[in-house]
Design a protein around this ligand. Structure first.
Ligand SMILES: [Zn+2]
Length: 210
């Protein structure tokens, strides 16, 4: 729980968010079985997932069960909870990209996320590597998000947080607009105002990142 407090303040300072708009309740089950029994009742679709986050009017609820890598699940789901407690809405790709980014321990975030290695490999395959944020923005249903969609969402987040200064200020301004209930429109449009082909910027960022 102490680590999650640190996680929360980290996210707030990196993304420039104001915290604690709505409380977050964390439910930890002792076994996969007890987790599944409970989740079946409240969200049958979540039963096969390793962890779950549900936002209600008054608070966010995180559901996980104990296993060797439970901290990753806790960091992933509480990232969703923190974002949803501070923001009135968030595009799905950005929600998942940030959760994938923040799910790894702090010291490994920038350079040791499992997605980095795989995305570097993806980026070498010129014929099949077709990142496209505009297309990713049209995916509105989590159940149809593919592993590649998650990876690409993570890659955009990495570019926005570790890429050029203009990208970094763009993401904090973007989230601040959402926080102020001022819908900023698609981020892909903003990226294209700065770079005519943001996908190229993304690819060179990922390829050169150590
Ligand atoms: Zn998620």
């Amino acid at each position: 729980m102490q680590a999650l407090r640190q996680h929360e303040s980290d996210i707030a300072s990196i993304l420039g968010l104001n915290l604690n708009q709505k409380p977050i309740v964390i439910n930890v089950f002792q076994s996969r079985r007890s987790y599944q029994e409970f989740v079946t009742r409240i969200a049958p679709d979540g039963k096969e997932r390793r962890a779950l986050f549900i936002q209600s009017e008054t608070h966010g609820s995180v559901y996980v069960y104990l296993h060797a890598d439970v901290m990753t699940d806790l960091r992933h789901e509480t990232t969703h909870a923190i974002l949803h407690s501070s923001l009135p809405f968030i595009p799905l790709w950005l929600d998942e990209g940030l959760a994938e980014y923040f799910e790894v321990a702090r010291e490994n975030r920038a350079s040791a996320n499992q997605h980095l290695k795989r995305t570097k490999l993806d980026a070498r395959l010129i014929l099949t590597w077709r990142p496209n944020l505009t297309k990713l923005e049209t995916v509105r249903d989590q159940s149809v998000m593919t592993a590649r969609n998650y990876r690409e969402s993570w890659a955009w987040v990495h570019f926005l947080l570790h890429g050029p200064d203009a990208a970094n200020s763009m993401i904090t301004r973007y989230l601040a607009s959402i926080e102020a209930h001022d819908p900023p429109g698609p981020l892909s449009t903003q990226l294209r105002r700065v770079w005519s082909k943001p996908e190229r910027q993304l690819t060179s960022h990922i390829k050169s990142w150590k």
